[in-house]
Design a protein around this ligand. Structure first.
Ligand SMILES: [Zn+2]
Length: 150
């Protein structure tokens, strides 16, 4: 798992999340972060959910683009976050998008889908896939046609 741990840290994913994904030694992860970035990871927790991070229409669109890349590469239900899939889909996403979301947010998107906090939903009106969360000011409706799920 060391190869993956290093790659995740290069993407600035913080040690607790890297640990959750790889099980690699916690102290070593913190050292690795400092070695690679020349500074310690920012304190505090990663946002609890995607919600707070998706604070603009552009970001909402970006997380959908990222998820659609992921889904194309790895169809089927998202039961577990596989590190190699997360990394490969993020790299593929970076090739096609301009306002790229950071890796930590991409990770949060998959994690929130996995735990059911956000739900990939096919719009009944326009047929596009969007990410649904009934509590979020932007995610309770289709981003593309604004159809509201009832
Ligand atoms: Zn729609």
């Amino acid at each position: 798992m060391k190869k993956y741990a290093e790659e995740l840290i290069k993407f600035k994913l913080r040690p607790p999340e890297v640990y959750a994904l790889t099980g690699y030694n916690k102290r070593r992860l913190r050292e690795l972060y400092k070695e690679i970035h020349g500074e310690r990871p920012k304190k505090g927790k990663l946002a609890l959910h995607v919600n707070k991070k998706v604070d603009s229409l552009e970001k909402n669109l970006e997380i959908i683009i990222f998820f659609n890349v992921y889904r194309k590469m790895y169809p089927g239900p998202l039961i577990d976050i596989k590190v190699d899939r997360l990394i490969k889909s993020y790299k593929a996403y970076r090739l096609i998008s301009e306002n790229i979301i950071d890796f930590s947010l991409a990770y949060l998107v998959l994690r929130d889908i996995k735990i059911g906090w956000i739900k990939p939903t096919k719009c009944k009106w326009c047929g596009k896939i969007y990410l649904f969360n009934h509590q979020h000011p932007r995610m309770y409706k289709c981003l593309f046609c604004h159809y509201i799920l009832k």
